[in-house]
Every structure is written in C-alpha cells, then in structure tokens.
Write a protein that binds this ligand. Structure first.
Ligand SMILES: *[C@@H]1O[C@H](CO)[C@@H](O)[C@H](O)[C@H]1NC(C)=O
Ligand SMILES: *[C@@H]1O[C@H](CO)[C@@H](O)[C@H](O)[C@H]1NC(C)=O
Ligand SMILES: *[C@@H]1O[C@H](CO)[C@@H](O)[C@H](O)[C@H]1NC(C)=O
Length: 236
C-alpha cells in the first residue's frame, strides 16, 4: 500500500493519541507529575463561614481542609496559590456600578486587604510563615487570575498541571477551569472540594456535563489524595 506523505506525517500524531487513550483507559495510577500547582479559590470567611451551618457546607469544609492538609504535608510541598476577593481601598476603585460584576460584588460589601470577611477561613490557612511558600493573590472578578500575577507565576514556574478547589462552582471555579484550559494547562477539579450553596443541581451539571466536555478532569477527594501520593517531588 502506498501512503501519501501528508497521511504519513499524521501517523506519529495518531500513534501518540492512541497511546494516550490506552494509558487513560488502563489502570495506570493518576499522577499530577512534578510541575503542578494547587489552586484554592476564594476560600474567604465572608463566603465560607455561613456554610459551616449547613451539613452540605460542613462536608465540603471537611473535604477541602483534608486536601489542603495533605498538600501541606508533602515534602517538599508543591506550589499552592490562594485567591482572596478584596479591593485596593474602601472606595473599591476596581468596581463601578456600571460594571456587570457590580451586582455580584455588592453582596460582599467593600472588602479591603484587612477586612476579616476577605481573610482566608482559618481551617484552610495558607502556609506563609516559617519558610512556607504559599502564595495569596487578590482578585475582584470571577476568574482567579483577574488583575493579579497568577498567569505570570504559573508560566515562570513551568507549571503544566493545576488542581482546583473552591467556590462557587459556577463562579471562580468554572471561570478559572475554562481560562486555564485555554492557556494549555492540564486542569483537574476536585469535585468534593467545590460547592454551589443552595443549588446542588448547578454543581452537578457543571461537574458531570460541562467540565468533562472540555475536557477538564473531575476527580474525587480520594482520587486526588492518591494522585498526590503518586506525584512529585514537586518542583517549587
Ligand atoms: C450559624 O448558626 C448560629 C446558630 O444558629 C448563628 O448564631 C450564627 O450566626 C450562624 N453563623 C453564620 C456564619 O451564619
Ligand atoms: C474531617 O472529619 C473527620 C470525621 O469527622 C475528622 O476526623 C477529621 O479530623 C476532619 N478533618 C478535618 C481536616 O477537619
Ligand atoms: C462602598 O464604598 C462606596 C464609596 O465609598 C460607598 O458609596 C458604599 O456605600 C460602600 N458600600 C458598602 C457596602 O460599604
């Protein structure tokens, strides 16, 4: 059989794709590799604290804290990046009543760097003291990289894989999954570590239908913990 050169040139690609499919369908243990970053999105008091009063919220808090503790227990710990929502001053110069996001932001009030409501929920505390290198970034829209150095850090540090936790599922989580997918990162979402307060159906649709369609890989807390054990040592 005579193969056209143009067809021949696609063969390595097809072979590589076939190999990936075999790897994906076999029971090869999941690993995040060595160049991964853990993204903990919008875990601030103002949105987390009210959830501690619901059983769904407590389950989510427990799962997220379990993950963060396991990540911090790695040696060396990987790059963890947290986002907080707040504005540069009480006048919230990043917002204006004319911006569509204003309605979303109004429920937060005028958060600044020192507002208790914009601080990370204590159970999820970043390690920034005593040699801890967790990163905390400010943002004021849905996307985790809004108005900050997220993309610069991921690029500079050679990150290829990101693992997302945070809330809400339809807000920062979905927005960030799409954007980082488009920027060519391998995106994992820990389904147990995201929540859509009072709208579980929305979370289910996003995790079961929308994200897998990208495709972004949705994993359970248990799968994430196992993958963490198979990953690293982290380059950070
Ligand atoms: C949680 O519930 C308690 C008791 O009903 C209430 O006093 C407290 O304000 C609630 N906390 C939040 C953050 O909603
Ligand atoms: C999660 O819940 C379990 C069972 O109640 C508890 O033993 C564990 O300490 C909790 N983990 C965290 C990180 O809060
Ligand atoms: C936020 O700041 C603006 C401008 O200083 C003020 O008009 C508004 O009332 C403030 N909103 C809240 C919730 O404090």
């Amino acid at each position: 059989m005579h193969l056209q050169p143009s067809l021949l040139s696609t063969l390595p690609v097809l072979a590589s794709y076939a190999a990936q499919c075999v790897a994906a369908s076999s029971s090869a243990p999941l690993s995040f590799g060595q160049n991964y970053a853990v993204l903990n999105l919008d875990l601030i008091n103002g949105v987390v604290a009210p959830l501690a009063n619901t059983s769904e919220g407590r389950k989510w808090i427990n799962s997220t804290a379990t993950w963060i503790d396991a990540v911090h227990a790695q040696s060396p710990p990987p790059l963890s990046i947290y986002t907080r929502i707040y504005y540069s001053s009480p006048a919230a110069p990043e917002l204006s009543p004319e911006t569509p996001f204003y309605q979303v932001a109004a429920s937060f009030g005028n958060l600044t760097e020192t507002s208790p409501a914009s601080e990370i929920y204590a159970l999820f505390a970043p390690q920034t003291q005593n040699g801890g290198k967790d990163v905390v970034l400010r943002k004021s829209r849905y996307y985790a990289g809004d108005g900050n150095s997220l993309e610069e850090i991921l690029r500079t540090r050679g990150v290829d894989t990101v693992i997302l936790s945070g809330l809400r599922t339809s807000g920062v989580l979905l927005s960030t999954a799409y954007r980082l997918f488009d920027l060519d990162y391998f995106v994992y979402v820990i389904g147990d570590n995201t929540i859509q307060p009072d709208a579980p159906k929305v979370k289910e649709t996003i995790l079961e239908d929308i994200l897998p369609g990208l495709p972004v890989t949705v994993i359970t807390l248990q799968e994430a913990l196992e993958a963490l054990g198979n990953s690293g040592p982290a380059r950070w």
